[in-house]
Design a protein around this ligand. Structure first.
Ligand code: ADP
Ligand code: ASP
Ligand code: MG
Length: 414
């Protein structure tokens, strides 16, 4: 069994000097148990947000390369301070930027994907009994440009390192003591899960459960890395993210999420011909625009009219992608002679996730009924084998989240 353990500490956990010292003390206790430690840290507290604000004071549209150069500095502060804190306690530690440990990504600034990691330097340092501290959220592309992995991306750095080093486990220390049935900071009755499958966690993370970066879960699933989410403020048992086969019971609904940062985009009067949807979503994909829920409704041409039949296509996408999507779509609608493009940012997506749905029916019906009984209108629906999502008005989002959490028996009844 590998003695390598990867531990990741998020922004709140290293938010001030005292907390950095506390993290150092925890690392020391593992070091003394004989683990070989690779520690990944995020930027302190709100540093990344502050850097984004700083850039906005200089430019409305900063070059993406320079933005990544700027944002990567946050993590550089915390790795050096943590290495100093460890040195103070007598533990030999050495800090590295992503580039220094050869975390190579594609060149997609602000949302780069890790392509390879060369672990030679890390394994050498570990063999010397040094604790390696690696800056999260960053890498370099093949031209040595600094890239960042998307907000929350330090989780992905940690899991990717755990995979590359064949570590025993990847511990993610954060400000809650595990993965809950829903965000414990939004719903009082949220309950901590002792384990959850990769697929469920992947759905929850993509649907707005910010506790883990979804790409980190993707990596973990692909390379069989066990993730253990724990609190950096106490020693409680956390939540293990494991393969479905290792799940003790397959719960019907494991968790619910609410996402408020998506918008709906609607394109009206699109010619009803083969290939149109492929062209539309192909053009959006080329611009790396993420799409979630899609609905196509067919308009009917007037009886006897010579006019062609048309469709309306609506989809949801992050608010941040709306203006790019509009540019892409206006070129297409002109070309097709299609109708108007409209957008609505006042939506929320509420979702229920659980592997038990694979073998049970009626989950969707219960969710729809709960919303209907409370007069919440469903505007769009999307399902997968293990999730159901409904697009609703944003002002009813929190009500819907609590309601669905309750309907599926997830409330803590302590
Ligand atoms: P870190 O800085 O440690 O990466 P994050 O803020 O990214 O921390 O993630 C932790 C936060 O995720 C929690 O404070 C919590 O509000 C939020 N969260 C959202 N959904 C969940 C969930 N299902 N379980 C636990 N935490 C969740
Ligand atoms: N510091 C980065 C962010 O705030 C990465 C991370 O915390 O994981 O998004
Ligand atoms: Mg995070």
């Amino acid at each position: 069994m590998s003695k390598i353990l990867v531990q990741k500490f998020g922004g709140t956990s290293v938010g001030d000097p005292e907390r950095i010292k506390r993290v150092a003390a925890r690392i020391k206790s593992y070091y003394e148990k004989g683990y070989q430690l690779v520690v990944v840290v995020s930027a302190m507290g709100d540093t990344t947000d502050d850097l984004i604000e700083l850039a906005a004071k200089i430019s409305k549209n900063p070059p993406k390369r320079e933005m990544d150069m700027l944002l990567s500095t946050g993590e550089q502060i915390s790795i050096s301070l943590l290495a100093m804190a460890l040195a103070e306690t007598g533990v030999p530690a050495i800090s590295f930027t992503g580039g220094q440990v050869n975390i190579v990504t594609d060149g997609n600034f602000s949302n780069a994907r890790i392509e390879s990691i060369d672990t030679a330097r890390l394994t050498h340092e570990l063999s010397q009994n040094h604790v390696c501290i690696v800056a999260g959220f960053q890498g370099v592309d093949v031209q040595q440009n600094i890239t960042t992995l998307g907000r929350g991306g330090s989780d992905t750095t940690a899991v990717a390192l755990a995979a590359a080093l064949k570590a025993k486990e990847c511990e993610i220390y954060t400000d809650v003591d595990g993965v809950y049935t829903t965000d414990p900071n939004k719903v009082d009755g949220a309950r901590k899960l002792s384990q959850i499958s990769y697929d469920e966690m992947l759905e929850l993370a993509s649907l707005g459960a910010g506790v883990l970066h979804s790409r980190a879960v993707e990596f973990a699933k692909k390379y069989d890395v066990v993730i253990h989410v724990k609190s950096s403020f106490n020693y409680n048992e956390g939540t293990k993210i494991v393969s479905e086969n290792d799940m003790m019971e397959k719960i019907l609904v494991t968790g619910v999420t609410l996402k408020n940062d998506d918008a709906r985009v609607t394109v009206a009067d699109i010619p009803d011909k083969p290939g149109i949807a492929a062209e539309l979503f192909g053009a959006l994909a080329e611009k790396k625009i993420n799409i979630d829920v899609i609905v196509q409704s067919s308009g009917r041409a007037q009886k006897g009219s010579k006019e062609e039949k048309t469709n309306t296509i609506s989809f949801t996408t992050p608010v941040a992608s709306v203006s790019t999507a509009q540019e892409v779509l206006s070129a297409l609608t002109k070309k097709w002679g299609a109708g108007s493009i409209s957008t609505d940012e006042n939506i929320a997506i509420v979702s229920a996730v659980g592997i038990g749905m694979k073998s049970h029916t009626g989950v969707a019906a219960s969710m729809f009924k709960a919303l209907a009984d409370n007069n919440i209108n469903i505007e769009m629906i999307s399902t997968s084998e293990i999730k159901i999502s409904c697009v609703i008005a944003q002002e009813r989002g929190k009500d819907a989240l609590r309601l669905i959490h309750h309907v599926f028996g997830l409330d803590n009844v302590a």
